[in-house]
Design a protein around this ligand. Structure first.
Ligand SMILES: Cc1cc2nc3c(=O)[nH]c(=O)nc-3n(C[C@H](O)[C@H](O)[C@H](O)COP(=O)(O)OP(=O)(O)OC[C@H]3O[C@@H](n4cnc5c(N)ncnc54)[C@H](O)[C@@H]3O)c2cc1C
Length: 521
């Protein structure tokens, strides 16, 4: 019996499987399709997702498969992201099929068991586990595990079987997509606002198959059923309506449709069943966020589920998954709805785009939108304290007893790290009872300030507790408030009367909250 069953081997399911295996969890992935389709919806990774791969020491595989470029935009109003405070201030153009292939290779290296075809059709949970029914080559089978995670896409069977609601807003636009050959292609790519026309918009760019183009049409107020088949003819007709020509399209390879329906699971956990990726949220693919969100869901959930399954942390730790990731996707639904509104083909929207475009020229607006689009600005709600609390740890250069390192290198094994720049023996002692789970790294760092995309510089803490997902779970000293302005950092002052004992108490309570009670405690 595996510890965890994952439904769906898309980017989210594969990433989660890798994270669980890294923590020693026995995991089985059930995938409906007999083999990978090789088709790509997503075309790229944003900076935070690239950082995640860097945190696990596998970023080079993804960099080698893609192309770096300044692709961030808000409804195709370009954002400048080149000076964001990250080692990866770019978008990585890499097709979803390649991301899936690389993740599947990594999953195989780590010993993930992947079964296909295996379509989840039923589930039943009780106090000790979940029994999953699935249809495979040999008919219906059952498998039991401690937990089931539905990473089975926007129409998630797991979500429906678990009775989890999926409220949101319905479609107002129909988009058709085709990877086709063109006998009469435009001279260059037609991307973004260049393709906005009176009756809708179209885009044409290279597909991930040699000699093919990806053609996308979008028409507002024309909502067709998601189940209506997309044919070359329907794509051709839409293209002629919008662009006045079909560019000589023929020999389609991949035809699909999508819409701006935006929905989100009302809860990401129902007992022993959890949801991640498109199973938990869907929205229009404005500025390419869905796959990135799913990867980050998996990164947030993996170490928590592993700790619970291994009996190190109580099941309530899983509630923090909803508390942290639901708001992250919720704000993306707001952003993509706004981007869709800015795309409507009318004179008022043209004016709005012009006004919005001039606002984006302001450095602060650009920084805010860039921070959100790259998801580098995310702060998980962990209460008041040092401004770094809940945010991602920057990949600083540090000096450890074994030599020079980068912070992200400390996270390759997906273990929590207490990173102590203070050299205070008290912190080492406070870690007693957690040394089986948490690594202590005593290091030196030259940086007096850390820089975040939106809030700017914050004073460097003396010590931080890092979760396996690279978010700061505790920082010392504790600053009472967040900084007021990016240009006016305030040094954190230890609260009056704070001493080493208080610091150690604070650390122990964070260790208990995130990594369970102390060994022997
Ligand atoms: C046109 C377009 C462009 C996009 N561009 C971008 C982009 O540039 N960047 C970006 O980040 N996102 C983009 N997205 C969104 C992105 O494609 C999705 O968010 C992403 O695929 C979600 O990954 P997932 O693993 O959660 O779900 P999916 O990719 O849908 O994977 C779900 C998997 O579960 C399997 N499955 C389904 N049902 C079952 C079942 N009952 N049992 C077992 N297995 C099952 C499916 O076969 C599939 O393999 C785009 C989307 C579209 C439509």
């Amino acid at each position: 019996m595996p510890d965890v069953i994952i439904a769906g081997a898309g980017p989210t399911g594969l990433m989660l499987a890798c994270e669980l295996r890294l923590a020693g969890v026995d995991v089985v992935v059930l995938e409906r399709l007999a083999e990978r389709s090789g088709e790509s919806r997503a075309g790229g990774l944003h900076a935070r997702s690239v950082e995640l791969f860097d945190q696990r020491g596998i970023v080079d595989r993804f960099l080698a498969a893609g192309r770096q470029g300044p692709f961030a935009h808000f409804s195709f109003i370009p954002l400048s992201i080149g000076d964001l405070p990250t080692r990866h201030p770019y978008a990585l153009a890499v097709h979803q099929s390649r991301v899936e292939r690389l993740l599947e290779e990594r999953a195989a290296e780590l010993g993930v068991r992947l079964r296909r075809p295996a379509e989840v059709t039923g589930l039943r949970q009780d106090g000790t586990g979940v029994e999953v029914e699935f249809a495979g080559d040999g008919g219906t089978e059952r498998l039991r595990a401690d937990y089931l995670v539905g990473c089975d896409g926007g129409r998630s069977a797991v979500r429906k079987l678990a009775g989890i609601g999926y409220p949101g807003t319905p479609a107002t636009v129909t988009a058709l997509l085709g990877d086709v050959k063109l006998t009469d292609p435009p001279a260059g790519i037609v991307f973004g606002a260049e393709g906005r026309r009176e009756h809708g918009s179209f885009m044409i760019f290279e597909a991930d198959r040699p000699g093919m183009h990806r053609l996308i049409t979008m028409e507002f107020g024309k909502v067709t059923s998601r189940d209506a088949p997309v044919t070359l003819e329907t794509l051709r007709e839409a293209c002629v309506r919008i662009a006045g020509t079909d560019f000589g399209m023929h020999s389609p390879h991949f035809l699909s449709s999508f819409s701006d329906a935006a929905r989100q699971a009302d809860r990401y956990r129902e007992g022993r069943v959890l949801l991640a990726g498109d199973a938990a949220h869907i929205h229009f693919p404005s500025s390419g966020q869905g796959m990135n969100l799913g990867l980050q869901d998996a990164f947030n959930l993996g170490w928590k589920l592993a700790a619970v399954v291994r009996g190190q942390a109580p099941g309530e730790l899983l509630d923090s998954y909803h508390a942290e990731r639901h708001p992250a996707a919720e704000r993306m639904l707001v952003s993509t709805r706004a981007q869709t509104a800015l795309w409507r083909p009318d004179a008022q929207t043209d004016a709005l785009r012009e006004v919005f475009g001039s606002l984006v020229e302001s450095e602060e607006v650009n920084r805010r939108l860039g921070g959100a689009c790259t998801q580098l600005d995310l702060r998980y709600p962990m209460g008041d304290g040092h401004p770094a609390l809940g945010r991602r740890m920057p990949d600083l250069d540090i000096k450890t007893p074994s030599g020079h390192a980068r912070v992200f290198e400390l996270l390759h094994e997906a273990r929590p790290v207490l990173l102590d720049f203070s050299g205070r023996a008290g912190l080492r002692t406070a870690l007693d009872g957690w040394t089986d789970r948490v690594d202590l790294v005593e290091a030196e760092c030259q940086d007096e300030h850390w820089t975040y995309p939106v809030i700017g510089e914050v004073p460097a803490p003396e010590a931080v507790l890092l979760r396996p997902d690279g978010h700061v779970a505790w920082a010392a000293p504790t600053a009472p408030t967040a900084p007021t302005a990016p240009t006016a950092p305030t040094l954190p002052t230890a609260p009056a009367g704070a001493d080493a004992a208080e610091t150690a108490d604070g650390l122990r309570s964070a260790l208990t909250r995130w990594f369970g009670p102390p060994h022997g405690g």
